[in-house]
Design a protein around this ligand. Structure first.
Ligand code: ADP
Ligand code: ASP
Ligand code: MG
Length: 813
């Protein structure tokens, strides 16, 4: 025999009721069906009674809505006229009774607990009659006569012994009749007075569990509106998925910590008898669901699931006099227990100088009062500090019996949170080691859940959320490359890259669910908001998304100035923008240190040599104990292109124009011609090589007269052809000597220079096509034969690919 419990969501509409009918009718063996009120009805009843108590006539509208809802459901769910008429009369009778009670509340304007329970219980009284009518041959049983409670303080607690006895009596002859039994959930009665009581919100699950335990059922089935118990609340974590099986203990921990799918007391009766619980979806009965039982096979993940409780308070008692005093804890918990305040997280320092207790927000004030009373003497003498209450918090629990076998889970968990800029306010780990719970600021709740879900592979994919700033050639190509690679990365790497923000200089679009990369241009046109750098920063930090990376494909100093704030909020930065890395050394150092301190990454491989692995190589060499002694490089793809293109047919001014048009140069090519761009790159490389260098320290030999840099850009273009003849004469001379021009950046022992040099045929820089870059690294290990890195050093595609590679290396941490 099995118990099937259908929740409010499963009995809310005529369509869902027909599902219930199909599920129950398909059973070969007799079932006991426990039903909740129609979806949303308990809330409506509570609202109506409170309105009436407040003297608000709107309670009558609420009651009319309730009547209409039950009538509509009844009219379409029961086709047989005679049955329908009888049912409608029965429902009307109950609804009239409800109206009379509410009119009474309205008149007296008081709502004693007894009446509140009575009103709340109408939902199940009504729904159980409807369900009985739609199931052929079903018989309704009155839960009030066998689910018995007793008052303890403010709470009605089930008298299990009496309840089991009464259930067994009520169902003694049932099985022989083979009729489906329908039982209203949630409602009960006081063992002494017989007054109607309720089992707490979500209590229909509990009714079903009591029946299962009393009657030694083979299984308890909870039919709801999700495919099973999931790794996290599916309304918060989109990537949560169904857990096939879990132990009672795991389910208990998750439910006690807010997983609404089962009402926590439900687990005890069935657990004591070893009766398995099966969670199923009324709307997808084919899905296998979740089995909860005594022992399950260890799964692949160290954490089984996560759950949370929003809006809690933390009460802290501290003071040196607490050290070693026996009985402080017992006084705290007795005081709280007297007021029936439950503490769901307790965190005590080993030195015993303080204890923090997590309670629900609603209990916080009472908790403070009772503790102040309990410790009045100690507080007055100063031995204990005044009690602190901190509100606006949330508690998160990570649960799984596998945690016992895996070392370092707590370490990984808190590192991951820290890296995402989430600070943990208090924490506790159960002695059973199957639960780690901690408290964070409420505003960090969603992010905390996402971060844990993601990093413990509870999610099918690891997610990386990108904010892309700058949609010029590099930014545009990057979007195209990500769009192209996205599917493959999901399949082969389990990595999901979402672009959650795209910004250009004046406007931006944000979407926490990920912007559709096929149509990002339209989205930006139609849905963008105006921004400036300050607003951009506020929006990104305000979105507070986990695993996020700011990708800077601009050349803007104002954007580079935002990195520090991003690091402070756990956001990594990948920059094609060279401004920050080549800025004043103190700023560079500050940003480097800050990123390290916050556990985030600041990557800028494309600042030098586009996609060539130069900075990474330097870092790898240094990390493995090598020392960079000397660097010689051709780092300007633009200048290399110019000097390679220069010929008898193409004069100097034309090569500059071509470089500009083909996208090899900076928008104002003088940044390349003056060597400024190469100086920046050399400074960045030298710093990464371990030297403290500023741009002013680089000795620069200009090859174009100074006045070309002091005029407007327009004048510059006008004047440029005047240099052609001189360049051509020198070019011809070099050609006859078998030499070529290269603009070389050099560093030796921290001394840096850039200059136009002529190199002979044997030099490794002689053959260097198009816009290629080359670098020779002389280190302690690569000494007689320096290391050489060479390849495309400019171009939107290779630069975007380099940015993409940096992004991927963040996904690997
Ligand atoms: P019913 O009306 O069937 O009793 P509930 O609303 O009480 O249903 O519980 C089911 C809901 O619990 C789901 O719709 C889901 O939104 C929520 N929920 C929260 N945490 C979880 C979880 N870990 N797994 C599944 N559902 C969850
Ligand atoms: N109808 C009750 C509630 O909404 C009991 C239940 O649904 O389990 O809390
Ligand atoms: Mg429920």
């Amino acid at each position: 025999m099995k118990i099937l419990k259908f929740g409010g969501s499963s009995v809310g509409t005529p369509e869902s009721l027909s599902r219930v009918k199909e599920i129950v009718s398909a059973r070969q063996e007799p079932s006991i069906v426990v039903v909740s009120a129609l979806g949303g009805v308990t809330d409506q009843l509570i609202r109506a009674s409170r309105l009436a108590a407040a003297g608000d006539t709107a309670f009558r509208d609420e009651l009319s809505l309730l009547r209409a809802k039950h009538r509509t459901v009844c009219e379409s769910a029961v086709p047989d006229t005679a049955r329908r008429t009888a049912l409608l009369a029965e429902l009307d009778g109950l609804l009239d009774q409800l109206e009379r009670i509410c009119e009474g509340i309205f008149l007296l304007q008081v709502l004693p607990p007894k009446t509140a329970h009575e009103v709340m219980g109408f939902g199940e009284q009504l729904s159980s009659r409807i369900v009985t009518a739609i199931l052929p041959g079903a018989v309704r049983y009155d839960a009030v006569s066998f689910i018995k409670t007793r008052r303890h303080g403010h709470l009605d607690e089930v008298d299990t012994e009496l309840t089991y006895k009464l259930i067994q009596e009520a169902f003694r002859d049932w099985e022989s009749g083979r009729a489906t039994a329908v039982v209203p959930g949630f409602i009960a009665s006081d063992a002494g007075s017989g007054e109607l009581t309720t089992l707490g919100r979500g209590g229909s699950d509990y009714t079903a569990s009591l029946l299962a335990a009393a009657l030694d059922a083979a299984q308890l089935e909870i039919w709801t509106d999700v495919d099973g118990f999931m790794t996290a609340d599916p309304r918060i974590i989109k990537t949560s998925y169904v857990i096939d099986e879990m132990t009672y203990e795991e389910a208990m921990e998750l439910c006690n910590f807010g997983a609404k799918v089962i009402y926590p007391p439900t687990l005890y009766p069935v657990c004591a008898k070893g009766i398995p619980i099966l969670i199923k979806n009324t709307f997808n009965p084919e899905a296998p669901g979740t089995v909860i039982k005594q022992a399950v096979a260890p799964g692949d993940t160290s954490i089984k699931g996560i759950s949370s409780i929003d809006d809690i308070s933390l009460i802290t008692l501290s003071g040196t006099s607490m050290v070693g005093i026996v009985g402080v804890d017992s006084r705290i918990f007795s005081a709280l227990a007297r007021e029936q305040i439950s503490a769901f997280l307790v965190s005590q320092s080993a030195s015993e100088t303080g204890i923090s207790i997590g309670v629900s927000r609603a209990d916080a004030e009472t908790a403070r009062q009772v503790l102040e009373e309990a410790f009045a003497r100690e507080i007055e003498s100063g031995a204990i500090k005044p009690i602190e209450v901190r509100n606006e918090l949330a508690a998160v629990a990570a649960i799984g019996e596998n945690m016992k076998q895996h070392a370092g889970i707590a370490g990984k968990l808190f590192t991951t949170l820290g890296r995402n800029g989430i600070s943990v306010i208090a924490l506790a780990q159960g002695a059973a080691e199957s639960n780690i719970s901690f408290i964070v600021d409420r505003r960090q709740l969603r992010k905390s859940l996402n971060v844990i879900h993601d990093s413990f592979f509870l999610s099918e994919y690891q997610e990386l959320n990108l904010f892309l700033c700058g949609i010029g050639t590099v930014g545009g190509r990057l979007i195209a490359q990500i769009a192209h690679q996205r599917e493959r990365l999901m399949r082969s790497r389990g990595l999901k890259i979402n672009i959650v923000g795209i910004a250009r200089s004046t406007c931006a679009v944000f979407d926490r669910g990920g912007i559709d990369l096929e149509h990002w241009q339209e989205t930006l046109r139609e849905k963008s908001i105006p921004i400036d750098p300050q607003r951009l920063k506020e929006e990104i930090i305000g979105m507070n998304i986990f695993n996020s990376v700011f990708v800077d494909c601009t050349a803007s100093p104002a954007v580079a100035a935002l990195y520090g704030d991003f690091f402070d909020h756990g956001i990594s930065v990948v920059a094609a923008n060279k401004i920050a890395a080549s800025s004043d050394y103190a700023n560079y150092r500050r940003l480097k240190d800050l990123a390290r301190k916050r556990g985030v990454k600041w990557l800028f491989e494309t600042n030098v040599g586009a996609g060539l692995p130069i900075i990474n190589t330097i870092n790898d060499l240094r990390n493995s104990g090598d020392r960079i002694l000397k660097m010689e490089a051709v780092l300007s793809g633009t200048l290399n292109f110019i000097f390679n293109t220069l010929s008898a047919d193409i004069p100097f001014s034309e090569t500059v124009r071509m470089a500009r048009e083909q996208g090899f140069s900076e928008p104002d090519p003088r940044i390349d011609l003056s060597g400024t761009d190469v100086i920046r790159k050399l400074v960045i490389l030298s710093r990464e090589a371990g030297y403290k260098v500023n741009q002013e320290d680089v000795q620069a030999d200009l090859f174009i007269p100074k006045e070309f840099f002091d005029c407007s850009e327009e004048e510059f273009w006008q004047k440029l052809p005047s240099l052609d003849a001189g360049f051509e004469a020198r070019r011809r001379q070099l050609e006859s000597e078998g030499r070529r021009w290269r603009f070389v950046a050099a560093m030796e022992d921290g001394r840096c220079s850039v200059s136009l040099r002529s190199v002979e045929r044997q030099h490794s820089f002689y053959v260097l096509d198009g816009s290629n870059n080359i670098i020779l690294l002389t280190t302690e290990r690569y000494n007689r034969h320096p290391m050489l890195i060479q390849g495309y050093g400019a171009g939107a595609d290779v630069t975007a690919a380099g940015v993409f590679a940096d992004i991927m290396s963040i996904a690997n941490i």
